[in-house]
Design a protein around this ligand. Sequence first.
Ligand SMILES: NC(=O)c1ccc[n+]([C@@H]2O[C@H](COP(=O)([O-])OP(=O)(O)OC[C@H]3O[C@@H](n4cnc5c(N)ncnc54)[C@H](OP(=O)(O)O)[C@@H]3O)[C@@H](O)[C@H]2O)c1
Length: 220
Amino acid sequence: MRIGIIGAGIIGQAVAQRFIAAGHEVMLSNSRGPQTLNDLLVQIPGVQVGTIEDAAAFGDVVLVAIPFNRYPTLPAEWLAGKTVLDANNYYPDRDGPVPALDRFETTTSRLIAEHLPGARVVKVFNAILADDLDRDARPNTAHDRRALPVAADDAGAKTLAIQLLDEVGFDAVDAGNLDESWRFERAKPAYCIPLNKEALKAALATAERHVELAHGSWRH
Ligand SMILES: NC(=O)c1ccc[n+]([C@@H]2O[C@H](COP(=O)([O-])OP(=O)(O)OC[C@H]3O[C@@H](n4cnc5c(N)ncnc54)[C@H](OP(=O)(O)O)[C@@H]3O)[C@@H](O)[C@H]2O)c1
């Protein structure tokens, strides 16, 4: 499969490496242009680099991994018809306040999906630290396999994301649609904690919408 990635930072690079190891073709992009990404051609053998529009056109699937507050810059017309994997998290201190999120009225992925009306958005890869992607990946025969949460409105896109997770070393737990994806946003019990499938299901079930765990009980 061809996978475009918008955002060539810590998590974009880490997921790129896992996808390449699984046999996929990957193109990374950022806002400053491919001329700023030449080092990655050496650091991540096999990766391609391009503009945001190149990566969007390249990918059957497009991962978005940028600072959350930049999502309004995503090119909706280029992402129409694509499965978009949304790895982004809202950090008010970094991103600035988003009142609808602060009032728990919407989710980060719902906002992104509203900006990308033609895309099939899947919330995935947001609840694992980049360093843990390599450390925790296991073949699907392993007994101690970590599970990651997935949410989407489109059943086919969700199935594809679950298949991709399996290929890169993780089980998946279906956390519902994008309106329910708050269950694994920042400061929830399922956020960035290594859990197997059963423990992740329990963590998602115990999440309370208006309750944010104290910093320190989750990692970022
Ligand atoms: N780090 C983690 O372990 C981790 C894990 C899960 C999820 N996340 C989430 O994933 C997102 C990215 O995190 P990160 O740690 O990878 O951040 P990062 O290291 O700062 O990388 C951000 C990347 O996005 C690019 N970018 C910034 N604005 C952009 C725009 N408007 N269009 C396209 N590309 C843009 C940046 O390059 P330019 O500035 O050159 O464009 C950079 O390549 C965040 O929402 C974060 O919460 C992070």
